[in-house]
Design a protein around this ligand. Structure first.
Ligand SMILES: Cc1cc2nc3c(=O)[nH]c(=O)nc-3n(C[C@H](O)[C@H](O)[C@H](O)COP(=O)(O)OP(=O)(O)OC[C@H]3O[C@@H](n4cnc5c(N)ncnc54)[C@H](O)[C@@H]3O)c2cc1C
Length: 511
C-alpha cells in the first residue's frame, strides 16, 4: 500500500522527508537533497489538521500517479501533492493551508474534465473528492443529499435500488457534480431539466476556506448552476429525485453510409428540428460518426441511435423514415434505463472510461437544427482526417446529441447561469489521438476549429454557443456562459464577491 496516510505517529519522520514537497514548481534548480528552497511547504502541518481518514499522496507514489492520471492527456493540471479529504472540514483546512502557503488548488473528481484552461495549474494541491461519496435519500423521498465526490453510476444505482432516479450525466465514469456545475445533460432532462436544475441546496467551501450552505434564495445559487466551477468546492448537494416512472427502454441503432449524410440529417430535421417540431419527451436521438473499416473500408459511417423510454421496441413512427433510407445495419435492443450507458458505449468498461494516455480534445457547438449542407462539408473534412493512411485521428468520433428539451425549456432562460436552453443539439468532434508533442496538438487544434467553424457558419447563429463541459479551452467566457451582457455582468459581480483573487479559475474561468 503506497498511500501515504498521515498519522501522528509517522508525522515527525515524514515531515522531515517531505518538508520540501510541493515547493513552487518552476524553481527545480533550487532543490537538492535536504535543501529546502524558498517557498518550501511543510505538508505535515496540513496533515495534522486533517481527519483520520484523510490522505495525502506524494509524487512518486502509485497512489499519486493514479490520482493525477486524466482522461485527456492534453494541457493537464500539474500538482505537487494530492489531498484526499474525508470530511468537509478537511476541505476547509486544505483550502486555508493552500492560501496560507500561496499555493493554487484544484478540485478533481471523475478526472474527465478536458478543457485546456486546466493546464494553467502548474503546481499546487489537487483536492480529490473520492471519499466524499455518501448518498442519503430524504425520508420524504423527494430529495437526496449527494456527496461532492459521488460518481454518476453510483448515484444512479443507489437511487435505482430505492425505486428512485434523478438527472445525471450519461457516462458512468464522470462525477455527478462535474457535469452538474456546468449545467449537466442527461437522459432524463426531457422530464426534469438539467442536472443543475435539480440542485435544491449545497454545501460549498469558498475561496477563503469558509464553508457555507446555499439554497435557492442565495445569490450564489444562480451561478452554481452553469458556472459553478468558478466559485467553490461543493462538498455535498441536496438534489431533487423522482419515483421511477418508466424503467424500460429500447434502442434502435441504424448505421448508414457516409454517402447519406444529407438524407439522414434531413430526416432528423423533418422529424424533430424544423419549425413547430421538437424531440418527443420520451425520445433521445444521438448519432456518431466514426471510421470502422469492418463496416466501410473507405469512409466513416453514421450511427444513428434512437432511444425510447417506456417501450420494448422503438416506435416505427420514429424508425421508419430512417429505415426508408436503407441503413447498412439495423439493430434493436431493449432493457432498462441502466443499460443506456452500455448501449451507447459510455459504461465503466467502455473505451471513454479508460485512461489511455490519449489526448481527447473536443470542439463543441450548440445548434438549433442541422444544416445539411454544413453536415456534408464537415463530414467530408472528418472523412479526410480519419481515413488517410498516415492519420493520427483514425479513432476520432463526431458526436451529435439530441436530447428532449421539455424539462430544460420549462425553466426560464435567465433562471440559472446555464445560457443555452434555447438550443437543441449538442455537437462536437472528439479528436482522440496519441500525443507526440506540440506540432500534433496544433494540427488537432486547427482541424477541430475548422470543423466547428463550418458548423457555426452553417448555423446562422451570431454567437458561438459552447458547452463549457465539452469545451476545448480556446473559446471565450462569452461562448461558455452566454454573450448576453447581463450574464457577463452578473457573473463578474459574483466572482468579485466570492472569489476576488481567482482561486477557482482553472476550469473555464469567467475572468
Ligand atoms: C466520456 C464522457 C462522457 C460525458 N458525458 C457527459 C454527459 O452525459 N453530460 C454532461 O453534461 N457532460 C458529460 N461529459 C462532460 C463532463 O461534464 C465533463 O467532462 C466534466 O468536467 C467531468 O467531470 P469530472 O468530475 O468527471 O471531471 P474532473 O476533471 O474531475 O472535474 C472537472 C472540473 O469540475 C470541477 N469539479 C468537479 N467536482 C467538483 C466539486 N465537487 N466541487 C467543485 N468543483 C468540482 C472542477 O473544477 C474540475 O476541474 C462527458 C465527458 C466525457 C469524457
Amino acid at each position: 500500500m503506497y498511500h501515504l496516510q498521515l498519522k501522528l505517529a509517522a508525522l515527525l519522520a515524514w515531515a522531515a522527508a517531505v518538508a520540501c514537497e510541493g515547493v513552487v514548481a518552476p524553481v527545480p534548480e533550487a532543490r537538492g537533497p535536504g535543501d529546502c528552497p524558498p517557498g518550501g511547504v511543510n505538508y505535515a502541518q496540513l496533515a495534522a489538521k486533517l481527519s483520520k481518514a484523510a490522505q495525502i499522496y506524494q509524487p512518486g507514489s502509485s497512489a499519486f500517479n493514479a490520482a493525477v492520471a486524466r482522461w485527456s492527456n492534453l494541457s493537464i493540471p500539474v500538482a505537487n501533492v494530492v489531498v484526499v479529504p474525508s470530511t468537509e472540514n478537511d476541505i476547509v483546512q486544505t483550502v486555508k493551508f493552500a492560501n496560507q502557503n500561496s499555493l493554487p488548488f484544484l478540485t478533481t473528481n471523475g478526472v474527465h474534465g478536458s478543457i485546456t484552461t486546466l493546464g494553467a495549474m502548474t503546481h499546487g494541491i489537487e483536492i480529490l473528492m473520492s471519499q466524499l461519496n455518501r448518498i442519503a435519500i430524504a425520508s420524504d423521498g423527494k430529495t437526496a443529499t449527494i456527496g461532492g465526490g459521488v460518481m454518476s453510476k453510483n448515484l444512479t444505482d443507489a437511487l435505482w435500488a430505492a425505486g428512485k432516479q434523478t438527472v445525471t450525466g450519461t457516462c458512468e465514469c464522470v462525477s455527478y457534480l462535474g457535469p452538474g456545475l456546468g449545467g449537466g445533460h442527461g437522459w432524463l432532462q426531457g422530464r426534469y431539466g438539467l442536472i443543475s436544475d435539480q440542485f435544491v441546496s449545497m454545501n460549498v467551501v469558498l475561496a477563503n476556506g469558509s464553508l457555507i450552505t446555499i439554497d435557492q434564495n442565495s445569490r450564489l445559487s444562480w451561478a452554481m448552476k452553469g458556472a459553478g466551477h468558478n466559485f467553490g468546492i461543493v462538498t455535498s448537494t441536496t438534489s431533487k429525485i423522482y419515483d421511477i416512472q418508466h424503467p424500460n427502454y429500447a434502442m434502435a441503432t441504424l448505421i448508414f453510409s457516409g454517402d447519406q449524410v444529407e438524407a439522414v440529417y434531413r430526416v432528423a430535421n423533418e422529424q424533430w428540428h424544423s419549425t413547430g417540431k421538437t424531440m418527443p419527451v420520451n425520445l433521445i436521438n444521438w448519432s456518431y460518426w466514426f471510421f470502422d473499416p469492418t463496416i466501410d473500408p473507405q469512409k466513416p459511417v453514421i450511427a444513428m441511435y434512437l432511444i425510447q423510454e417506456g417501450v420494448s421496441a422503438v416506435d416505427a413512427a420514429y424508425t421508419q423514415p430512417f429505415l426508408d433510407l436503407g441503413p447498412i445495419i439495423n439493430q434493436a435492443v431493449s432493457g432498462t434505463y441502466r443499460d443506456l450507458a452500455a448501449w451507447t458505449g459510455i459504461s465503466l468498461d467502455a473505451p471513454p472510461c479508460q485512461k489511455t494516455g490519449n489526448a481527447n480534445p473536443r470542439f463543441p457547438i450548440y445548434l438549433k437544427s442541422y444544416n445539411t449542407t454544413a453536415q456534408r462539408l464537415v463530414y467530408n473534412l472528418f472523412a479526410q482526417a480519419t481515413t488517410n493512411a498516415s492519420t493520427p485521428f483514425s479513432n476520432a468520433l463526431f458526436m451529435f446529441e439530441g436530447y428532449p428539451q421539455q424539462g430544460v425549456k420549462a425553466i426560464s432562460d435567465d433562471a440559472t447561469a446555464f445560457a443555452y436552453r434555447a438550443d437543441n443539439l449538442l455537437v462536437a468532434p472528439l479528436l482522440s489521438y496519441k500525443p507526440t508533442g506540440p506540432a500534433l496538438d496544433e494540427v488537432a487544434f486547427k482541424l477541430g476549429k475548422q470543423m466547428r467553424q463550418i458548423l457555426y457558419e452553417g448555423s446562422g447563429q451570431t454567437s458561438l454557443n459552447t458547452y463549457v463541459n465539452y469545451a476545448y479551452g480556446d473559446e471565450t467566457p462569452l461562448a461558455w456562459y452566454g454573450s448576453d451582457a447581463w450574464r457577463q455582468t452578473r457573473l463578474h459581480a459574483l466572482k468579485g464577491d466570492f472569489d476576488p483573487t481567482g482561486k477557482f479559475s482553472f476550469y473555464g474561468p469567467i475572468a
